[in-house]
Design a protein around this ligand. Structure first.
Ligand code: CP
Length: 333
């Protein structure tokens, strides 16, 4: 069976644990010449910018002996349409149905990044673009961040919180919303909570009322908390006994198609920067952020440079986690 990785639910919780354990082994072994995936090719297609996802996947694949092709839609390859039946008389010269079938004849897996404000199909936790791409994929499709999820980021997030608090079974992980000049996708926070709950953690979300998750996600998260014996709740303050403070900005559910309205809401909370005192009030907490981060807007320099900030460990872990993911997708573990 083809092993797509669009959402965390595509992989069983047992397999997710195995991928994290493999990532730990690969990291400890520092084995950069595995050659396990020699002869394989990974195609990476970006509709949105990236530093970590692009380079960590390239490096992970190279270290496994695989080749990598990187394309940026509208930069070094065509603008790409995805809507079925579209009249393509505008910017887009190529359709995703053709892209997927052609790339699938060259590559052994395809990674795609396409988030984008207003694309979210919250009713079904689905992303229209990825649904279309999946229909035509002849090889495993990896989500490099859609409008609803960033599962590769959450693999690295989990690897990081397991490393920094290895002996705690049920960590208290606090997701703290932050101010930002732009409306950012909800993919990272949704996948962070999803992964935390799937691994049985206690999740607390600290955010203004208008930035809470949708009712559908609320229900989904409460179901996961029950299934995996964790917990999910909203709080007014960061807990003093937090093990992780994950700072992130995301857009409101109230205006998914209107960035200006969203900006009005965000402007009411421009003081939601995370500071050093937040970390010092939670003595066991490690500060996490997926990066890129707007310093002194999302979190202060003092917080991001704090001895308990693990943002670079988290970024490095993208590579180790994705190496293990590729090994899973290509049946190498
Ligand atoms: N965290 C993350 O996905 O980083 P990039 O946007 O740089 O890939």
């Amino acid at each position: 069976m083809m092993k797509h990785f669009i959402n965390l639910s595509d992989i069983s919780s047992e397999k997710l644990t195995q991928i994290i354990d493999t990532a730990k082994e690969l990291k400890a072994a520092e084995n950069k010449q595995l050659s396990a995936a020699k002869g394989k090719t990974l195609a990476l297609l970006f509709f949105d910018p990236s530093l970590r996802t692009q380079v960590s996947f390239q490096t992970a694949a190279w270290q496994l002996g695989a080749n990598v092709s990187v394309m940026q839609s509208g930069v070094n390859t065509w603008h790409i349409e995805h809507l079925p039946g579209a009249l393509m008389d505008g910017l887009a010269q190529e359709h995703i149905m053709d892209v997927m079938q052609v790339l699938g004849s060259y590559a052994d897996a395809i990674g795609i990044r396409r988030f984008g404000f207003g694309n979210q199909q919250d009713q079904a936790f689905q992303d229209v673009f990825f649904n279309e791409a999946l229909k035509f994929s002849k090889v495993p499709l990896i989500n490099l961040e859609s409008s609803v999820s960033h599962p590769c980021q959450s693999l690295a997030d989990r690897l990081t919180w397991e490393e920094v608090h290895p002996n705690v079974e049920k960590r208290k992980v606090v997701l703290r919303w932050a101010s930002h000049p732009k409306p950012l996708p909800r993919a990272v926070p949704q996948s962070f909570v999803d992964m935390a709950l799937r691994s049985g953690q206690k999740v607390e979300v600290v955010c203004p009322e208008e930035f809470r998750f949708s009712q559908n996600y609320d229900r989904y998260f409460r179901h996961l908390a029950q299934e995996f014996d964790g917990s999910f709740s909203y709080k007014d303050e960061i807990a003093e006994d937090a093990h992780v403070i994950y700072v992130k900005s995301w857009h409101s559910i109230y205006h998914p198609d209107n960035p200006h309205k969203d900006q009005e809401l965000r402007h009411q909370h421009m003081d939601w920067t995370v500071h050093q005192h937040h970390l010092e009030s939670s003595p066991d907490a490690r500060l996490m952020h997926c990066l890129p981060v707007r310093r002194n807007v999302v979190a202060s320099d003092e917080a991001l440079n704090h001895s308990r900030s693990v943002i670079y460990q988290q970024a490095e872990n993208r590579m180790h986690a994705q190496k293990a993911l590729l090994m899973h997708i290509w049946d190498l573990i």
